[in-house]
Design a protein. Structure first.
Length: 115
């Protein structure tokens, strides 16, 4: 059973917004550092954002000011709010949960930014 399940992807117009969710199961969620990555067609997977168990966040430069990562430990869920979306944000977005000894990936959710 995959412990991470992403949702919320879809088709959005340039300038629009989407909120992705990643629900964890079978994990002690609040022990994990949670990250979002993305992989655009024909490109390598790239890191998007990170949130620690205490809520500290950081972002890749191209996402700063547009994307917001958050987590709800009571719901075992991490979110990625994406605003001012650009066509180059089109990608499969993956959730990652990591500790020093464990590393889990979700199956990904497709975001397409197009008019």
């Amino acid at each position: 059973q995959v412990p991470l399940v992403e949702s919320g992807g879809g088709l959005v117009q340039p300038g629009g917004s989407l909120r992705l969710s990643c629900a964890a199961s079978g994990l002690t969620f609040n022990m994990y550092v949670m990250r979002w990555y993305r992989q655009a067609p024909g490109k390598e997977r790239e890191w998007v954002a990170v949130i620690t168990s205490s809520g500290r966040t950081n972002y890749a430069d191209s996402m700063k000011g547009r994307f917001t990562i958050s987590r709800d430990n009571a719901k075992n869920t991490v979110y990625l709010q994406m605003n001012s979306l650009l066509p180059e944000d089109t990608a499969v977005y993956y959730c990652n949960a990591r500790t020093a000894v464990q590393n889990f990936w979700g199956q990904g959710t497709l975001v397409t930014v197009s008019s």
